[in-house]
Design a protein around this ligand. Structure first.
Ligand SMILES: Nc1ncnc2c1ncn2[C@@H]1O[C@H](COP(=O)(O)OP(=O)(O)O)[C@@H](O)[C@H]1O
Ligand SMILES: [Mg+2]
Length: 367
């Protein structure tokens, strides 16, 4: 097996004058191309750990390897060529344009003007900004845009490793959610090895291939894929940190796409009314959905069928919440509890795929 991109072994940090360690005997690996999220309460040593990886802070003991190099034995500027660093308040230089900010490292490395310009344009596009923004100053951008510039700057010289310290901490929840999605999409293209720090457990669960849960004193309580930690927290600290909605958080990790859907109580227009009664009875509901093949037109309560000869095409009640197959079971459960029919109809674009019920959803996490 090849060496992981980053390996910490028994790393400790005791700051001078401090009685207690900021980081205690910390060991974990970050495999190439993965996102490891360090999460834990304020002061648990997350930032200290990141800064030891790029040697802004020297460990008191232990070893750190990055991209095949012993971090402690390598010149910091050589080491940092392998590492892009994104910090919370973006750390953008206020008196330099966006373009100049992004060009910081390539300029240090002595790239020529044309190569730098091309790279800046490429990165601005990569992080979803407009090329015209290169001429603006940081204060002329929104918080979310500034964060994107911070990411672009860290990627400028194409380092294999990215360290991100609460990069989305300063923006509002809606922008943060968008930046998280964008980071995952960006990661599909750039395949960096990322150590991401946050105090937000939801962010950790969403972004991490693996999550490291840290306690005060820099003690690693649990390390593993988020679904494993949610399923099986090793102790009370972890369970409490995950929160009382642990089951719901697990649902947020299961894509609807991976779950077997029910056809649901569906009848076709023109079917006899008896067919509606049969299918409704089978599902234990007092309504039927009307559709054919991959189309779903709406639904009707059984008591509206009494006067009719056959299943109608008109007068159907539309499904209020149509659920995309790209969503998670958490979204599915939300759709179920807010629907009249107590089921969620799942679509791939316009194509009806099937239905989910609360029972079906809960089965997925009971296993
Ligand atoms: N330069 C420093 N000198 C002394 N103590 C520090 C220094 N930096 C951090 N600490 C202490 O180390 C502990 C961990 O800090 P930090 O790594 O910043 O935590 P986090 O990023 O998880 O909030 C805290 O108790 C903090 O006060
Ligand atoms: Mg910190």
């Amino acid at each position: 097996m090849s060496e992981p991109m980053i390996r910490l072994e028994n790393v400790s940090k005791v700051f001078p004058g401090s009685e207690v360690p900021a980081v205690a005997d910390l060991s974990f690996d970050v495999p190439e191309g993965e996102i490891v999220v360090l999460v834990g309460p304020s002061g648990c040593g997350k930032t200290t750990t990141l800064k030891m990886i790029n040697r802004i802070i020297e460990p008191t003991s232990g070893s750190i390897r990055v991209a095949g190099m012993d971090a402690v034995g390598t010149e910091p500027h050589i080491l940092r060529r392998q590492i892009g660093y994104v910090i919370q308040q973006t750390g953008l230089f206020p008196h330099r344009t966006i373009g100049q900010n992004i060009a910081t490292v390539p300029k240090l490395l002595g790239w020529d003007k044309v190569r730098i310009e091309d790279r800046v344009a490429e990165l601005i596009e990569l992080v979803g900004l407009e090329v015209e923004m290169a001429e603006r100053y940081p204060a002329e951008l929104s918080g979310g845009q500034q964060q994107r510039v911070g990411v672009a700057r860290a990627l400028a010289a194409d380092p294999p490793v990215l360290l991100m310290d609460e990069p989305f901490g300063a923006v509002d929840p809606i922008v943060r959610a968008r930046l998280q999605d964008e980071l995952l999409r960006l990661q599909e293209r750039v395949k960096k090895t990322i150590v991401f720090v946050t105090h937000d457990i939801d962010e950790a669960i969403q972004l991490g291939d693996r999550v490291a849960i840290l306690n005060i004193g820099g003690v690693l309580e649990q390390f593993g894929p988020p679904e494993q930690i949610l399923r099986d927290p090793v102790n009370d600290f972890v369970a409490e940190f995950l929160g009382t909605d642990r089951g719901l958080k697990r649902l947020s990790l299961i894509p609807i796409r991976e779950v077997a859907l029910d056809t649901g109580p569906v009848v076709a227009p023109g079917d006899p009314i008896s067919a509606a009664h049969h299918v409704a009875e089978r599902y234990g509901v007092d309504w039927v959905a009307v559709g054919s093949r991959n189309d779903l037109y709406g639904w009707l309560p059984l008591d509206q069928l009494v006067e009719m000869q056959a299943i109608p095409t008109d007068g159907l009640i539309p499904f209020k919440t149509s659920l995309s197959v790209d969503g998670s079971l958490k979204e599915a459960l939300d759709a179920v509890v807010s629907s009249h029919t107590r089921v969620a109809a799942v679509f791939d674009g316009d194509r009806y795929l099937g239905m989910l019920t609360a029972e079906r959803i809960s089965e997925e996490i009971v296993q």
